[in-house]
Design a protein around this ligand. Structure first.
Ligand code: BGC
Length: 796
């Protein structure tokens, strides 16, 4: 501790020295991006350029392309489903390691907004409906990342719980709901030592968050003593003076920043107090000192003290198995008997795994293990059938039929500026590659040779906005402009339009395919996005269903992977419904009718309706499982690992039963009329029961809750493993119907184990013009989920 406070003193001294050496113009230059992802260097004071990158399940790096792959961990909902802050910390350590590998100083994560409505487009990217669980997972994650002296930005401060009209929506929230719910995870994570916070796009109670003095300046920096920096969400800072007085420190990216010379002028004219700018610069310099970007002072964590290297593939697999929630297994079909014969594996997503959600959270992993790959690798006898394909857009060209997929950047004369191999037909760049300048660049093309496996009608596709030419075998298939579907500038990028073209091809006869885009770079951004799509000849939807039913009927076990698509769960828009897209429900119903041993694997980042859930042998929720999806699935299905997840959010039976659903503002205003009643707080006492309660999840053994005592501020819970296998149990403790703490324990069959769960003071408080103790006696329960109360006691 002495060492840490000495280092802090050293940092503060270095910050003051550096600050004193800067003139006003240099100071303000440090407060806006020099480009999309970094702050400028000031060599005169030994300040290096600070680089930022998303977040949260991988570290993208400043390029956003397959040429620069990243480890892809399971979705944030999955991380929360582990209910294990230590595991979150290891995830953070891995991401800190990845950030260091990619030259990133600031990770734009974690997302700790709450699951208010399951329609929220970024629900998969947030942790939970519960603020305590969110805070605990987020704090573990932040600690882990920062152990590499890499900063985090806890986001999006605050009440950014949906996407509709996200740049302007005014979320009207009571002080009580803010304090008890939406601010609570930020408070916990700031107390755990986060070095950064990201201000949200939205307004809260009439004031846009980047200008919100009461919340940013008074609560975050004042009351909570936050000494880090607040960065705007990208393009969220709009006003020169109100953002500074509102407490914002850094405006990103550079383009569109309301600061720079305008801020210097505002100081010179007296409209902005120079002390405010000094405070902003201090925070940037403190950040630089912490991450090792300020010469002359050691970073907060010197290289020698950083965590040992982590094997990212192994951690991604472990995390996935620990996150899978076995929601139903009434006959104990899982784990599969080692003598299981053929397994019918069904579903488009079983072969083309959906491993992550859409938007800024997207990264390009080095490899993806699909369920099909994973089950085969585990030695299962698999017969595969598509059954139903929920995707309405063509997948990017990839797989063994494609060779030589390449991106080529050319100038106006057609000369090559840069060429790079691609892992798939998806091309995405957020920085111009080496050797390419804005002025020279005229076109980008994706080329590849397609050697069809079968004869028949294939499809080629284009996804993107702008002027495209698509040729196949020398013939022009498309030569026109594709326009965005909406006016939202983000949507053109996050949900671009898509065109598909039928093309007759013969098996074994190669064709060269080229998709060329005329590049029109937006002012100040280097954003290039184009995808060459590909679809093999497929039977009709009816024939696919029939084939799957036939395959399932003759197999010992049928495993169906159902899920959502990138048009359903993504940043930039909310979901329109909770139903599984396409004919997946029909697929499950028909397969279950012919095979009683039907296991459904739900590959979705957030809740979906499962109308057939009571008619199948098992339901396993796997979230977006990250790059090792298939290996983790095989581990859990075969019993090599126990599914360790517990629901971080309550799952409805039907969408219309959800106590809080709507995410669309009315005249720009979204009223949080339910106040503090979200998640289980709202389901308890609602008209309809949910399908599965918050905290629910089965393992491969059984537990008896034997004893509960409250000893001071600690609940002591004894549980016994009454099943036949060693197992892990997540013991949850609720005080007056709110989650107050939890702990994971493991035990061998027949053994008892004691969980000691600290109960924070806040569990006995509510917000009423300040934190007030609630009168006792308090009802304390120890439980395997919100709704089951095997042990209850009272506490004075
Ligand atoms: C997202 C942030 C993200 C930022 C940078 C924004 O659109 O809301 O979560 O960190 O972009 O990519």
């Amino acid at each position: 501790m002495a060492g840490m406070s000495a280092l802090r003193t050293e940092h503060e001294a270095a910050v003051e020295t550096a600050l004193a050496a800067l003139d006003l113009d240099t100071k303000v230059s440090l407060l806006s991006g020099q480009d999309m992802w970094s702050l400028p260097a000031v060599p005169a004071i030994g300040l290096a350029s600070i680089v930022m990158s998303d977040g949260p399940i991988g570290v993208r790096g400043t390029q956003w392309s397959a040429a620069d792959p990243s480890i892809a961990l399971p979705s944030p909902t999955a991380l929360a489903a582990t209910w294990d802050p230590e595991l979150a910390r290891r995830a953070g350590r891995l991401l800190g390691q990845e950030a260091r590998r990619k030259g990133v100083h600031v990770l734009l994560a974690p997302t700790v907004n709450l699951h208010r409505s399951p329609l929220g487009g970024r629900h998969f990217e947030a942790y939970s409906e519960d603020p305590l669980l969110t805070g605990a997972i987020g704090a573990g994650y932040v600690r882990g990342v920062q152990e590499h002296s890499v900063a985090t930005t806890v986001k999006h401060f605050v009440a950014n719980d949906a996407e509709t009209e996200r740049f302007t929506v005014d979320n009207v929230v009571s002080e009580k709901a803010l304090r008890e719910l939406y601010l609570a995870p930020f408070e916990t994570i700031v107390a755990a030592g986060a070095w950064g916070v990201m201000a949200a796009y939205n307004k809260v109670n009439g004031v846009t968050m980047t200008e919100h003095a009461p919340l940013q300046r008074d609560v975050l920096k004042g009351e909570w003593g936050f000494d880090g920096f607040i960065v705007s969400d990208w393009t969220a800072a709009r006003d020169t003076v109100a953002t500074v007085t509102g407490g914002l420190d850094v405006a990103m990216p550079g383009v569109g920043s309301p600061w720079g010379r305008r801020l210097a002028d505002a100081v010179r004219s007296g409209a902005v107090d120079p002390e405010l700018v000094d405070d902003q610069v201090r925070r940037v310099l403190r950040l630089a000192a912490r991450v090792g970007a300020l010469d002359g002072v050691p970073p907060a964590v010197p290289v020698a003290d950083r965590p040992a290297p982590i094997d990212g593939d192994a951690l991604a697999r472990e995390l996935a198995t620990r996150s899978f929630v076995l929601a139903a297994n009434p006959r104990g079909l899982l784990p599969l008997d080692p003598g299981t014969g053929t397994v019918a594996l069904i579903g488009a997503l079983a072969r083309d795994a959906r491993i992550l959600g859409g938007g800024s959270a997207h990264v390009f992993p080095h490899h993806v293990v699909s369920p099909l790959d994973g089950l085969i690798a585990a030695g299962l006898r698999v017969e595969y059938a598509i059954g139903a394909d929920p995707r309405t857009k063509l997948a990017a060209a990839s797989g063994p039929q494609w060779t030589g997929l390449t991106a080529t950047f050319r100038d106006h004369s057609g000369a090559v500026l840069h060429r790079t191999p691609l892992g798939s037909g998806m091309g995405l760049w957020m920085e111009l590659p080496p050797g390419v300048t804005r002025d020279q660049l005229a076109t980008v093309e994706i080329t590849g040779r397609l050697t069809p496996a079968a004869s028949g009608q294939h499809e080629l596709g284009i996804r993107g906005v702008g002027r495209f030419t698509l040729t196949a075998g020398g013939q022009t298939v498309f030569d026109d402009t594709m326009l965005p579907d909406s006016n939202d500038p983000g949507a053109a990028f996050l949900a671009p339009p898509d065109e598909r073209f039928p093309i007759e091809l013969a098996a074994g006869l190669p064709v060269d395919v080229t998709l060329r885009q005329q590049v029109m770079l937006p002012e100040g951004f280097a954003l290039i996005a184009l995808t060459l799509g590909f679809g093999e000849p497929v039977a009709s939807a009816d024939a696919l269903l029939e084939e799957a039913v036939r395959t399932a009927a003759s197999a010992d076990v049928a495993i169906i992977v159902v899920g959502t698509t990138e048009q359903v769960e993504s940043e930039g828009f909310d979901r329109t419904c909770l139903a599984l897209p396409g004919r997946q429900d029909e697929l499950v119903t028909r397969v279950a009718a012919v095979n009683p041993n039907t296991v459904v694997v739900v590959n979705a980042g957030s809740p979906v309706e499962l109308p057939w859930a009571d008619d199948v042998a098992a339901v396993l929720l796997t979230w977006f499982p990250g790059q090792e999806a298939g290996h983790a699935l095989a581990d859990v299905l075969t019993g090599a690992a126990e599914p360790g997840g517990r629901l971080p959010t309550t799952w409805p039976v039907r969408e219309q039963d959800c106590p809080v659903l709507a995410t669309a503002p009315t005249d720009g205003v979204l009223a949080y009329a339910e106040d503090t009643r979200i998640g289980y707080r709202a389901w308890d006492g609602a008209g309809a029961a949910p399908r599965w309660w918050f905290g629910h999840g089965l393992g491969y053994t059984a537990w008896a809750y034997e004893q509960l005592a409250v000893d001071g501020r600690e609940a002591v819970v004894t549980v016994r493993n009454t099943g036949a296998r060693p197992g892990r149990e997540t013991v949850q403790v609720y005080v007056d119907g709110r989650l107050a703490g939890f702990a994971s324990v493991t035990a061998e069959p027949g053994h008892t184990v004691t969980a000691r769960v600290p109960l924070p003071e806040r569990a006995f408080q509510v917000w009423q013009d300040g934190w007030q103790a609630t009168p006792g006696p308090h009802r304390v329960t120890a439980a395997p989920s919100y709704f089951h109360h095997p042990l209850t006691t009272t506490h004075p």
